[in-house]
Design a protein around this ligand. Structure first.
Ligand code: SF4
Ligand code: SF4
Length: 82
C-alpha cells in the first residue's frame, strides 16, 4: 500500500504555504530562519509525534526561505503571479 501524504495548506493573496506533517521532524530550523518570524509550533503533530509547524499567512511574505532550509523537504511555498 502506498503512503498517503497529508498536507496542511495555508493561503493568502500572495501565495500558499504548505507543510507535510509526515515529513516534519520538529527541528525548528524554519522558525529560526523565517525573516518575518511568522512560523510557530502548531497543535498538530509531525512524523515523530513531536509538534509540527504552521505559518501565519497574514505575515508570510512567501519568500521560500523556510522551504529552502528545511532538511526534510516538509515545506512547500509558492508565490502567486501578480
Ligand atoms: S525545518 Fe522542516 S522539519 Fe524542521 S520544523 Fe521546519 S518544517 Fe519541520
Ligand atoms: S515563506 Fe518566507 S516569510 Fe513565509 S513562512 Fe517561509 S520563511 Fe517565513
Amino acid at each position: 500500500m502506498g503512503k498517503e501524504w497529508v498536507v496542511e495548506k495555508h493561503d493568502s493573496d500572495k501565495g500558499f504555504w504548505a507543510v507535510f506533517p509526515g515529513l516534519c521532524k520538529g527541528c525548528g530550523l524554519c522558525i529560526e530562519k523565517c525573516p518575518v518570524k511568522c512560523i510557530a509550533w502548531s497543535e498538530g503533530l509531525g512524523v515523530y509525534g513531536t509538534p509540527r509547524v504552521g505559518a501565519d499567512m497574514t505575515k508570510c511574505i512567501v519568500c521560500g526561505i523556510c522551504q529552502m532550509v528545511c532538511p526534510d523537504c516538509a515545506i512547500r511555498v509558492e508565490k502567486y503571479k501578480q
